[in-house]
Ligand binder design. Sequence first.
Ligand code: GAP
Length: 456
Amino acid sequence: MENKLSLEEIVSFCKRRGFIFQSSEIYGGLQGVYDYGPLGTELKNNLRAAWWRAMVYERDDIEGLDTTILTHPLTLRHSGHEDTFCDQMVDCCDCKARMRADGLAGGKCEKCGSAKLTAPRPFNLMFKTNFGPVDDGSSYAYLRPETAQGIFVNFKNIMDATSKKLPFGVAQTGKAFRNEVTPKNFLFRVREFEQMELEFFVEPGTDDQWHQKWVQERFDWWIKQGLAPENLKLQKQTAGELAHYSKATTDILFKFPHGFEELEGIANRTDFDLGSHTKTQDEQKFTARVNPNKDSNAQLAVQGAKDNRPIVPFVIEPSAGLDRGVLAVLTQAYTKEVLEKGQERIVLKLKPHLAPVKAAVAPLARNNEKITAKAKQVKQALLGLGIGRIKYEDTGNIGKAYRRNDEIGTPLCLTVDFDTLEDPKETITVRHRDSMKQERVAIADLGNFVKNYFSS
Ligand code: GAP
């Protein structure tokens, strides 16, 4: 696919059709945060569910978890985030704009083009919040900058509760927060976003092999979500790009409207995190009232398979951004087609399992009670299949209903008409989104037809 779609076009489409809105728009908007509208919510839920299914339901070596956003300061001190989770930031001496130092074109200000910039200095990206009723700075927590830490600090609880043996993983999806210096490119770089993270624990020495395996698994999964292989690339991070915890990271890049950029990173985090949380550190000076039991002395180790000695597992971490995923599948799916009579059709060619509305059921004549009653009955029957949202389309003009549903990616439109009432088999018209082909299916066969359609 030659992707000529501009970011502006996708932003305006997302607003118009109720996928994504600027947060607090009526007050001028909050920079770098977005709300999901009715259809965006469905799409995001479907993408998250596809990840959860692939990670947790289809495997027996991964368990799910759901930990808090509010995070103990010591968790993020020992994880290294308090010291190192920074971007280099510069200020423009002329217009006073503040921006990330990396990626500046020609070392000039992004806003006014001035070359008079301050020297880069580190800026910690974590959001800090007051914890409890006293706001004197001594009692605080962080909004988590990654979901991963919730998994590491619960490692012992999970081991005790599930008796897992290496290799095994823990999967989690949820919000993460970063006070990005320059949020930009719509959902791509935002301050509040959702991650889908797996921490896969392995025997040291087998980590390189597992790393390779997960890179391939994750690349293949994105293709199953409809991303074209030619719009995806694997890229190894250079030594200078690696996060403080990583021995090696391979990024999966997608061709977003603004260019090829990171969609997911697969890191070999070694035993860095479990090791750090195990060490009992001298934290006497730390006066946080969050939890008086300040230091972690949990032994985050497992028994080795060979000699039963405790070992701290290595961790392979595929970490994907759900919002970047939504932007990627929308970018890939958004298609403009010119039809026979020169009319243009916008069609969102989403994989059926991701479509916000799975099927629209329309009565051909909305004033005919028998037809509307039958259409409502079909909707109820399809809803019972549990495949997702089924919409009753009560708009009358069937051509317009098809176009509207094409634009939001509804794979099937089902029309109940006069023939349905007369035909002893009670057939209805099934119209396919991508080919626009129509076929007639008996209502009695519809359940199997739709089930097969969505499972193929
Ligand atoms: N636990 C590892 C970790 O957080 P990361 O590369 O910083 O690694 C993982 O983030 C993924 O989270 C990225 O590949 C990206 O998809 C997403 N992500 C990170 N920062 C983001 C931001 N500011 N806005 C949207 N997505 C972001």
